[in-house]
Structures are given as C-alpha cells and as structure tokens.
Design a protein around this ligand. Sequence first.
Ligand SMILES: *[C@@H]1O[C@H](CO)[C@@H](O)[C@H](O)[C@H]1NC(C)=O
Ligand SMILES: *[C@@H]1O[C@H](CO)[C@@H](O)[C@H](O)[C@H]1NC(C)=O
Ligand SMILES: *[C@@H]1O[C@H](CO)[C@@H](O)[C@H](O)[C@H]1NC(C)=O
Ligand SMILES: *[C@@H]1O[C@H](CO)[C@@H](O)[C@H](O)[C@H]1NC(C)=O
Ligand SMILES: *[C@@H]1O[C@H](CO)[C@@H](O)[C@H](O)[C@H]1NC(C)=O
Length: 263
Amino acid sequence: MNLHNFIPKLLIFIIVQVHRTNSEGFYGTCNTPFSCGTVSGFQYPFRRHQDPTQCGYPGFELNCDDPNPPTINIMNITYRILAVNPTNQIMTLVRGDMVNSTCPLDLVNTTIDHNLFDYTSSYTNITFLYGCPVAFNPIGMIGSLACGSDGTGLVILAPGALGPGMCKASVIIPSLDSIGFMDPMKLVQVLQDGFDVRWKVESRPCADCTGSGGQCVYSTSTRLTKCACPETSLLGDSCSKLNKTEVSLSPSSSSSPGINFLP
Ligand SMILES: *[C@@H]1O[C@H](CO)[C@@H](O)[C@H](O)[C@H]1NC(C)=O
Ligand SMILES: *[C@@H]1O[C@H](CO)[C@@H](O)[C@H](O)[C@H]1NC(C)=O
Ligand SMILES: *[C@@H]1O[C@H](CO)[C@@H](O)[C@H](O)[C@H]1NC(C)=O
Ligand SMILES: *[C@@H]1O[C@H](CO)[C@@H](O)[C@H](O)[C@H]1NC(C)=O
Ligand SMILES: *[C@@H]1O[C@H](CO)[C@@H](O)[C@H](O)[C@H]1NC(C)=O
C-alpha cells in the first residue's frame, strides 16, 4: 500500500472516530468537578445554573456569582453555600438575607426540603417575632435584637416554632441545640456562620458510574441518576456494563482506533 494514500485515510478515520465520540450522547457535556463562586469541589448532584439540566439532580442548581459564595434556592429561600463536602454529602448554608443582617429580612420560615436534605446535628427551632406590641414578653423569651435600618425595628427571639400570635410575623430558624438560649448575639453569630445539611441523593449510582469512567447525569424520563459513557449515546448504570454489551455486539470496535494502524 502506498503511504501517501494511507496517511490521509488514517487521518480521516481518526477524525471520524473523534467526531463520533464527541457528538454522541451526554458524555462530556457536564463539567465535573467544578467550582462555583468562591467554593470549589462541586460535583453531581450539583450543577451550575447555566449547565444543561441533565448535569444535575433537580433542586441542586447553583448560581455562581464570582467573587461571592455560590447560592442555592431551597423552598423559596436563597442560601449562600459557605462550604461543601461531597464525600460526606454535607454543605454549610447561611440564609442569604442574613449575610449583612442580624435578623432575617425576608419574612419566610427556614424550612428545608426534607425530601432532599437533613440537618446534620441536633438542632432547635428559634422564632423571630416581628412587629410585636410594646412590652410583649413571650414565654421563655430569649431577648430582643435591633434589626437595622430597614424598618423592621425591634425583633423578639423566642425558643421553639411559634406562630405570629399578637405580632405581625414570625420567622422560624434552626439553630444548634448546643448554643443554649443565654446570649442572643451568640445565637445570631451561629446563624451567620451557617448550619450544616446533608443531601440525601443516593451516592451509590454516581459512584458506580464515575468509578467505571463515566459521568453522572440525571435522566428526566426515569427520574434516576444515570451514567453517560464515552463512545456511546446509551445511558446505563455504569460504563463497564455498557462496554461489555458493546464489545459483544461489535467485537472489532476498538477504543484506540489509531494505534492498530500505526507502522
Ligand atoms: C415559592 O414561590 C412561588 C411563587 O411565589 C409559590 O408559588 C410556591 O408555592 C413557593 N414554594 C414554596 C415551597 O414555598
Ligand atoms: C453585604 O454588604 C456588602 C458590603 O456592604 C455588599 O457588598 C453586599 O452586596 C451585601 N450582600 C448582601 C447579600 O446584601
Ligand atoms: C422545628 O419546627 C418545625 C415546624 O416549623 C417542626 O416540623 C420541627 O420538628 C421542629 N424541630 C425541632 C427540632 O423542634
Ligand atoms: C412560620 O411558621 C409558623 C408556624 O408554622 C407560622 O405561624 C408563621 O406564619 C410562619 N411564618 C411565615 C413568615 O411564613
Ligand atoms: C472495556 O472493557 C475492556 C475489557 O473489559 C476494558 O479493558 C476497557 O478498558 C473498557 N473500555 C472502556 C472505555 O471502559
């Protein structure tokens, strides 16, 4: 065979293979692991807002706003993510409206979605009561805080999950059990340092996938974590399984097409 003929054929063959690999399936469509704002180490089930939806599990969409911490929306509250530990599936959250304020400014309760998250340590509920009558003094009252220039005025802190009662609004917030109720300022400091939640998305399917050389994707049709593999558009549970099937279907297909032909 003439070498001048062979080289272009080989190049075309390689280009076709590369093109096939890149255009097929979901493999390579998601960046992982990735950093977002000031925090790095995110991976599936998280995805960035601008990533394709299959890159993350529903409810784990991040807004990355360099140079600020990433934010996530849980039950209509924006939280800042201060840290993430993918191994233990734990992240540290602080309410976005408490970043510059000792009191919640959005008058919504902090209720995490218990389908997706759990508190990691034992916590206790604390209620912030807004717009209470003068000299209002609920049972077990912890103290009161001046809530800044935004007009919310004096806010009363009470233990437990209380409704507004005689006040205009109540906002329930989790705090660590261990803090106790002695010092309102310390309590607030803890709220601003953040609280830990564990995400409950099962880690096994994604670990099996990445362990076999694949990338985790979310399949909206099955509502499950699936595995995207190189060189196939099929989504499976792991790439080794897919690979075996493929090999038995077409034993001649090689993952390194060029090498066999090199002189
Ligand atoms: C979130 O807000 C939207 C629109 O304000 C509302 O329809 C929805 O019920 C809220 N969801 C939760 C979980 O509070
Ligand atoms: C908090 O205050 C800083 C400095 O004043 C400001 O740059 C930032 O935007 C504020 N953050 C929020 C969430 O309000
Ligand atoms: C906190 O309050 C919520 C209701 O807002 C309740 O479901 C939850 O069990 C309470 N948690 C604790 C530790 O008391
Ligand atoms: C918070 O929850 C309490 C008790 O569940 C409720 O009475 C109160 O209205 C809620 N506050 C807001 C702002 O939704
Ligand atoms: C496919 O399977 C073979 C043998 O089981 C293995 O050597 C090869 O690395 C696998 N290829 C991929 C892309 O996983």
